[in-house]
Design a protein around this ligand. Structure first.
Ligand code: SF4
Length: 173
């Protein structure tokens, strides 16, 4: 087993101390740097940094940073959810490490859609029908995979098709 355990710290986002969501940081007992390219290959990290080694994942609307000695997870409902998430990441790191001989390590983040390419296909009326305050915010959500063409009712048929095809070329897992 590569990772035996961690020390957990829970806090609220500094920019919004009254937020219901919590932020969790786990200080790892062992250095897991060598497992990161394998974890990245299996879970398709959004960004991969070599120095210091760190992978950023986006899963279920939250951001997870896994570094050599630390895991940071945002937008957790409460401490119980943080505990479940940390157990999952610890198990996943150990599982990937044990299976590493059959995994091709990956040192790159996922290619993401470009915000400008999404924005230019939107109506740019800022009508808010999608639930976002502006088309720019919608585009920023779309490049993260958090919303898609179905939420913008004012897209022209042509641009709806173009945007669907464009976003279909990326994986948001
Ligand atoms: S519904 Fe479409 S046009 Fe309206 S704000 Fe959202 S993205 Fe822009």
């Amino acid at each position: 087993m590569l990772l035996t355990g961690y020390t957990k710290r829970i806090s609220r986002p500094e920019c919004n101390p009254s937020s219901e969501a919590v932020y969790c940081i786990a200080r790892l007992n062992e250095d897991v740097a060598e497992a990161l390219p394998y974890l990245n290959a299996v879970l398709h990290g959004m960004e991969y940094f070599r120095e210091p080694p760190e992978v950023v994942f986006r899963l279920q609307g939250r951001s997870i940073k896994v570094g050599a000695r630390e895991i940071a997870i945002n937008r957790l409902a409460d401490e119980d959810e943080a505990d479940r998430a940390l157990v999952w990441w610890k198990d996943k790191i150990n599982e990937v490490w044990e299976k590493r001989e059959g995994i091709v390590p990956c040192y790159e983040g996922k290619v993401r859609p470009r915000l400008i390419d999404v924005l230019r296909l939107l109506p740019k009326t800022n009508c808010k029908k999608c639930g976002q305050p502006t088309c720019m915010v919608f585009a920023a959500q779309a490049v993260e995979g958090a919303c898609g063409v179905a939420q913008c009712p004012d897209l022209s048929t042509e641009n709806r098709e173009k945007l669907s095809l464009y976003l279909a070329g990326f994986s948001f897992d």
